[in-house]
Design a protein. Structure first.
Length: 388
């Protein structure tokens, strides 16, 4: 979890009256809401609303959105050329699911429309990687401005709306996680602070900027997603009516170029690039960095068999030293049980290199990933044979 933050006005103790005059219906208080995780056992935030956050005037079921999965096929390496994806809908409904398992769904989104409603994922944390684009993630916690190459971590049950500065320049990788998205425990000391040797720290995390509460009654549409089930709620007041909050649960941003790569005399294993941790998968950032310094070092990764995980890579920028045939916005999946490694010629080509400008996002899952039907249209069938 990120560090403790406090924004706006809060009372000196939890669960006591935060007084105002006259208050909603003359009750003379702001209304406390506790946002807690794992019941009441883990991290939480407490927010104070102008009106009770339970003011719902209408509820209606929306059409479900099950994902069509591809029929099981041969176990092989996969290369998807996702730059082909068309711009459709908004960043919520225009997501194109590519892979999923019980822990995670991995999607791409190139939105064509702004989000005209509030959105709340009730079952999953969301991790947005902003391939390109700028804008603001708005919630009751405030505004998180974002830019190219930002990760946006959005805890489940956060009602939010995203505003883009230029929708036609926005390109996203969106990861939906059953488990809580946090940081690797080995990066943290027993006091909850990032260790001095961690590749990033609290200073790199950008929490919400304070925004004054919206004091407005009316009809406000919130679309709730509960797995494949969707429900529309109409609230009687604007959901961003918070006068203050504090805690550890809130959306935040972290830029991939703020990751401080760890290098060595010889090639270091992928966990040194780890950025986020969940129960079911990890996320790593391959950021621009110096290469290995041993005079006999092989400066691209060794061949590797994933014995217990699937490895997905999203290629964002630069030249990925160990690959050929991939392009910007390519996604490769190297599944469990099959060795993968540097393509022919890449070892020799990297021999005199001192630095790499590559930028890629890697998602390693602990259960096999399954393809969606939508992914089939993006497939490069020659990729499994590209090591010949």
């Amino acid at each position: 979890m990120p560090q403790y933050l406090q924004r706006g006005s809060i009372p000196p103790k939890r669960h006591i009256a935060h007084r105002t005059t006259p208050g909603y219906q003359g009750e003379g208080i702001f209304y406390e809401e506790v946002i807690s995780t794992e019941g009441f056992h883990r991290a939480y935030s407490i927010a104070y609303h102008l009106r009770p956050p339970t003011r719902v005037s209408a509820i209606s079921a929306m059409p479900p959105k099950p994902v069509a999965m591809a029929e099981p096929d041969a176990l092989r390496h996969i290369h998807l050329k996702t730059s082909k994806i068309m711009r459709v809908q908004d960043a919520i409904h225009g997501r194109l699911p590519l892979f999923q398992n019980a822990d995670v769904r991995i999607t791409r989104s190139r939105p064509a429309l702004e989000q005209e409603f509030f959105y709340r994922n009730t079952l999953q944390d969301e991790l947005w990687f902003v391939r390109s684009g700028t804008g603001r993630l708005l919630s009751m916690f405030g505004a998180v401005p974002f830019r190219d190459l930002d990760y946006l971590v959005i805890p489940r049950c956060t009602t939010f709306k995203v505003e883009f500065d230029a929708i036609d320049q926005t390109d996203l990788l969106i990861v939906e996680s059953k488990g809580t998205i946090g940081f690797p425990s080995r990066y943290m000391n027993p006091d909850g602070q990032f260790r001095l040797g961690a590749p990033f720290c609290e200073r790199d995390l950008r929490g919400p900027q304070w925004v004054e509460p919206v004091d407005s009654e009316g009809s406000y549409v919130v679309e709730l997603r509960d797995g494949d089930r969707w429900t529309q709620y109409i609230l009687g007041n604007h959901p961003f009516d918070v006068v203050g909050w504090d805690g550890l649960v809130y959306p935040f941003a972290f830029n991939a170029l703020d990751f401080e790569p760890i290098t060595g005399m010889v090639h270091q294993p992928p966990p040194i690039h780890q950025t986020f941790q969940t129960d079911g998968f990890v996320v790593c950032t391959f950021a621009p960095r110096m290469l290995d310094t041993h005079p006999e070092a092989i400066k691209v990764p060794y061949a590797h068999s994933n014995v217990e995980s699937d490895e997905l890579l999203y290629y964002v920028a630069g030249q990925f030293g160990s690959r050929r045939g991939v392009e910007l916005d390519s996604i490769t999946l190297h599944p469990h049980g099959i060795p993968h490694g540097p393509h022919p010629g890449t070892i020799a080509a990297s021999r005199d290199a001192k630095r790499t400008d590559e930028l890629a996002v890697m998602i390693d899952t602990f259960r096999p990933l399954h393809r969606t039907e939508a992914s089939l249209a993006l497939d490069d069938p020659s990729y499994p044979f590209s090591w010949i």
